[in-house]
Design a protein around this ligand. Structure first.
Ligand SMILES: [Zn+2]
Ligand SMILES: [Zn+2]
Length: 191
């Protein structure tokens, strides 16, 4: 495995998110509690973003050849070959425009680049958790109950119905938007 290539987005976003948050913290305008709260809001915003992208963009029923190709590269290639790392991890081409848009939007809405930095830090923490949980769902046999559940939950999205269970880090947003379906205990062991 080419670790440098596959994990490049991890290094890239770690450096950017940490640098922004450290730079913002030097101004001492927010307490540690406020920073933690903003980071939590950032993590929650990731969960909504993960759900929205997966449901409305990655499974978009494209009509033109160009959009079909785009959707295929962004996600459907992963459904075709779930274990392949190049389609399992999001590429920088997909994530960078979204990350930039998120920063610009949160900056415009809050009017503060420091708040934006703390929200972005949370978003990146959520994104890394997503990549990690998604990787474990396809490549590991977890022993911890919650990880076992999340693996089963995601495997059902792959093998049973791709119109349900879009959340990878949590089924909560699925429940909120009506795409949640409980995992049966008599479930086949997908890998
Ligand atoms: Zn998957
Ligand atoms: Zn999918």
């Amino acid at each position: 495995m080419n670790y440098w290539k596959e994990f490049f987005p991890f290094y890239f976003y770690s450096i950017i998110a940490a640098s922004l948050a450290i730079k913002a913290s030097l101004y001492k305008n927010y307490s540690l509690f406020q920073i933690a709260l903003l980071a939590i809001v950032g993590i929650v915003s990731w969960m909504f973003l993960e759900y929205g992208l997966h449901r409305f963009f990655f499974h978009y029923k494209a009509k033109t050849p160009t959009t079909k190709q785009l959707v295929y590269r962004m996600h459907l290639a992963h459904h075709e070959n779930p274990k392949a790392l190049d389609s399992l991890f999001s590429s920088l081409y997909t994530s960078a425009p979204i990350a930039l848009l998120y920063c610009l939007l949160t900056w415009a809405i809050t009017g503060s680049w420091q708040i934006m930095s703390y929200l972005f830090l949370g978003l990146i923490i959520g994104y890394f958790c997503y990549e990690l949980l998604h990787y474990q769902a396809h490549h590991h046999t977890p022993k911890i109950a919650i990880l076992k559940y999340l693996k089963k939950y995601h495997m059902l999205h792959h093998h049973q119905s791709s119109n349900l269970r879009f959340g990878v880090t949590s089924p909560f947003i699925d429940w909120l938007f009506g795409t949640y379906k409980a995992v049966s205990s008599k479930l086949l062991n997908y890998n």
